[in-house]
Unconditional design. Structure first.
Ligand SMILES: Cc1ncc(COP(=O)(O)O)c(C=O)c1O
Length: 434
């Protein structure tokens, strides 16, 4: 009998997955709100928001309508020498959202196709900026261990070189500087010694560093680690003192996930360059943005008198600023502006704390931590992925752990009883592991 799953296994690569019979793979037929429906009719409460992205839930009528209206006008057009309303409106929306006291924190937006590419563009902006200032030697990046910034080559070079997913590419990737991560946890108190490692690196290497790049407040795929906002404030100061640009990668943390619209706003630390993606379109389609402040923009433009790049940013993907994606993103931002997300994220946080905290005394559990709509149960040992994912599916939930981390970051519209089903399933699998 024809089996689509077998066809899939024979023909398609999935992310970071070996093709084998034992690997869990499930066929999704449709999705709505906070629920996925498999082809066999089984319904799963979604604890993943499709990797942080689907914040308003699946099959949202307003987002559907935005896509339908736009597709009848134009679904794609090249962005070289042509432009369109959805992109113009989205850039304005993003610049307005990233304002402090009615002052724009950023000056210009570059649209690209994915988070990884937006990181590539941010790195390129930083290097081009210093090139234009007559400092081509400032071409390296400094970051902290346990980070994750994507799968393209420059993004991989600033992802953790040992613990990350790219250790086999060591020696091929550009060599960057890495500092130790600050002490992390849910409610750590700030100590000045936490800044020591990165401060030392800055003092030693600043003449060759273009920028520091960080995931602010929460390291995502590198370990779901939370750290103190004071770290970011002190790094901003160090960057200013030593002439370094500061890049924040808010591809995972952006659009409310940590409890503030952007993590940089909660930390009261404005970077020079900001990367956004994932939830930008409410998880509907692939779109990312790199925002740069006035200093970076005018610095790059200043190269027009004889610099090699002639004052233009040297990047331009085919599907740049795709109108469909921009139209859906504008609608997603409209939904965010209604401001329900704040109440929703607070309620999710409170419920996860109430329902997950008891697990911290379980002998298999290292730590339970919750920030905004991110709930993490860190186990002492790696979990058996091929057992746990199908077991979660049997229990009617979609939770996909990695390494020692069982974590959930549900859509903001999740109902309390749906969230309880997620947390109960986590209790259940851990009790079965015991
Ligand atoms: C912080 C961060 N940066 C960059 C990326 C890469 O984004 P994309 O998968 O859209 O290329 C991710 C993806 O998980 C991420 O979490």
């Amino acid at each position: 009998m024809h089996s689509p799953l077998l066809d899939d296994q024979l023909n398609i690569w999935h992310p970071y997955t070996n093709i084998s019979k034992d690997n869990p793979l499930f066929l999704v037929d449709s999705a709505s709100g906070g629920e996925l429906t498999l082809s066999n009719g089984k319904k799963l409460i979604d604890g993943m928001s499709s990797w942080w992205a689907v914040i308003h839930g699946y099959n949202h009528p307003d987002l559907n309508q935005a896509a339908k209206s736009q597709i009848d006008k134009v679904s794609h057009v090249m962005f070289g020498s042509l432009t369109h309303e959805p992109a113009i409106k989205l850039a304005q929306n993003l610049l307005n959202l990233t304002s402090t006291n009615n002052q724009q924190d950023f000056d210009r937006v570059f649209f690209s196709d994915s988070g990884s590419v937006s990181v590539e563009v941010a790195i390129k902006m930083a290097i081009q900026y210093w090139f234009a200032q007559g400092h081509p030697e400032k071409s390296k990046l400094l970051t902290i261990r346990n980070g994750y910034h994507g799968d393209t080559f420059a993004a991989m070079s600033v992802t953790d070189p040992d613990n990350g997913m790219h250790s086999m590419f060591k020696g091929i990737l550009a060599e960057q500087y890495f500092a130790e991560i600050p002490v992390y946890g849910s409610d750590i108190e700030w100590k000045d010694e936490y800044i020591h490692s990165i401060k030392t690196q800055i003092e030693k290497h600043h003449t060759t560093i273009a920028a520091v790049i960080l995931e602010p407040l929460v390291q995502g795929a590198g370990g779901m680690k939370f750290y103190h906002p004071e770290y970011l404030r002190q790094i901003r100061q160090l960057c200013d003192e030593h002439n370094l640009l500061l890049i924040f990668d808010e591809i995972a943390t952006g659009f409310g996930r940590t409890g503030s619209l952007f993590a940089y706003q909660a930390a009261q630390t404005i970077p020079d360059i900001l990367c956004l993606g994932k939830a930008l379109t409410g998880g509907y389609m692939t779109l990312a943005a790199t925002l740069a402040n006035k200093k970076v923009v005018s610095g790059i433009h200043a190269d027009s008198k004889g610099g090699k790049a002639g004052g233009v940013l040297m990047h331009g993907p085919t599907f740049m600023a795709n109108p469909l994606a921009c139209a859906v993103a504008n609608q997603s931002l409209e939904l965010l502006k209604e401001n329900q997300w704040q109440t929703q994220v607070k309620a999710i946080k409170h419920q996860m704390l109430t329902e997950l905290s008891a697990l911290s005394s379980n002998k298999l559990v290292e730590e339970v931590r919750v920030k905004g709509a991110i709930g993490v149960v860190e186990m002492k040992e790696s979990v058996d992925f091929n057992w746990i994912v199908p077991r979660f599916v049997e229990l009617g939930v979609w939770i996909r752990p990695f390494d020692k981390l069982i974590y959930i970051m549900p859509p903001y519209i999740i109902k309390p009883e749906q969230l309880s089903k997620l947390t109960q399933a986590i209790h259940q699998v851990i009790s079965e592991m015991s």
